[in-house]
Write a protein that binds this ligand. Structure first.
Ligand code: PLP
Length: 388
């Protein structure tokens, strides 16, 4: 039996990430403008880096509690309370994780039994379905459309809910579409979750990157606090992707269950990143707001730029992605992304990487300088002109 044949069928069944693939191809080519990767182009603000260095000077190099430094859990719960008026006990209802990525995996594994279904509005972040499959569950995609601003409705959810449905996994502001959900519509979804007794995993990693209106914290909706596993982190808003730090907030039973997995598989998040995260929450707001203002300018540039090329696109309300339709060019998502990369050296991600309903779109990240974005728009313009 070959080595490949010995790999677990569950793992074999997971397709490779469509984002990483393009990133790898682009990295090997010269002169590529990449709108491919969803990561801030800013370096982590200096005061955050300095707090980590200071911690190292003081010799903070050991494991922390599995749950994370109490100091950090207190800052997290204080910030969530100050922002959304949802209160959590930092000792029992908060878990510091290695990015939202780990929190997502833990949340899903902590609640799913084999065959349980999870409703996932689509297009969605690439890890959602993979994590559900790895946990032995069944992802049930709920397709959304540009016509409805990529917002999921209760009517759609009602059609797909079944006796096996255990949870609903939502991520707003959304990656890849930039969609947000108004409070009223989220409240209707909360009622739906209650009616069907579902757990809601709410990935709010882009909450601070909301450009229009204010973000609604799902756990803050009536009766939702204990039913919701709220996930958030530092990667996007604080430009801290490489630090690998995030967190989960929920009722003590869910947090203890997640910690049960975390304590054996991860032990704890890195202490250096935890120290930096404390500083980010204590003193990072001004720098964060400056970065958000910059993303907002770029967002306008991209919306106007892409529309002026003849591509229809939904104006994103949050995160740092724009998801134009490329149907007008007659090309499929993958073909568009491959040919654009070859012909004009611009890397974008084919929309179907985010689920079937992403076909006909590509994701462009505007976490890139204005000059890069301007060059990318010129090149996309040349490419599209020949095909419209
Ligand atoms: N959730 C969403 C919606 C994301 O877009 C990402 C990263 O792109 C993550 C989670 C993972 O974040 P982290 O760096 O905290 O693991």
């Amino acid at each position: 039996m070959s080595w490949a044949e010995r790999i677990s069928p569950t793992v074999k069944a997971i397709p490779p990430s469509g984002i990483r693939r393009f990133f790898d191809i682009a990295a090997e080519m010269k002169g590529v403008v990449s709108l491919g990767v969803g990561e801030p182009d800013f370096v982590t603000p200096w005061h955050i880096r300095e707090s980590c260095v200071h911690g190292l000077h003081k010799g903070y190099t050991a494991y922390t509690s599995n749950y994370g430094l109490l100091e950090l859990r207190e800052e997290i719960t204080r910030t969530i309370y100050d922002t959304y008026k949802v209160s959590y006990d930092p000792r029992k209802e908060a878990l510091v994780t290695v990015g939202v990525s780990e929190a997502l995996d833990l949340a899903i594994r902590a609640i799913l039994s084999p065959g349980d279904e999870v409703l996932i509005p689509e297009p969605c972040y690439v890890s959602y379905k993979a994590c559900v499959l790895l946990a032995g569950g069944t992802p049930v995609p709920v397709p959304t459309s540009m016509e409805h601003e990529f917002r999921v409705t209760v009517e759609q959810l009602e059609k797909l809910v079944s006796p096996r449905t255990k949870a609903l996994l939502i991520g707003y502001p959304n990656n890849p579409t930039g969609a947000i959900m108004p409070k009223q519509e989220l409240s209707a979804i909360a009622q739906f979750a209650k009616k069907h007794d579902l757990i809601v995993i709410s990935d709010e990693i882009y909450a601070d990157l909301t450009y229009e209106g204010t973000h609604t914290c799902f756990a803050g909706l009536p009766d939702m606090r204990d039913r919701t596993i709220l996930l958030n982190g530092f990667s996007k808003a604080y430009a801290m992707t490489g630090w690998r730090i995030g967190y989960a907030l929920s009722n003590p039973d869910f947090i203890a269950a997640m910690n049960k997995i975390h304590q054996y598989t991860m032990l704890c998040a890195p202490i250096t990143a935890q120290l930096a995260a404390v500083e980010a929450l204590r003193n990072g707001k001004i720098n964060m707001e400056k970065m958000v203002a910059e993303y907002n300018c770029r967002r306008q540039l991209m919306v106007d730029g892409l529309r002026s090329l003849g591509l229809s696109c939904f104006e994103p309300k949050g995160a740092f992605y724009i998801f134009p339709s490329i149907k007008e060019t007659g090309l499929g998502s993958l073909q568009f992304a491959e040919e654009l990369l070859k012909a004009e050296k611009v890397a974008v991600v084919p929309g179907d990487a985010f689920g079937e309903s992403g076909e006909g779109f590509v994701r462009c990240s505007y976490a890139s300088s204005i000059s890069n974005l301007t060059t990318a728009l010129e090149r996309i313009g040349r490419f599209v002109k020949q095909r419209l």
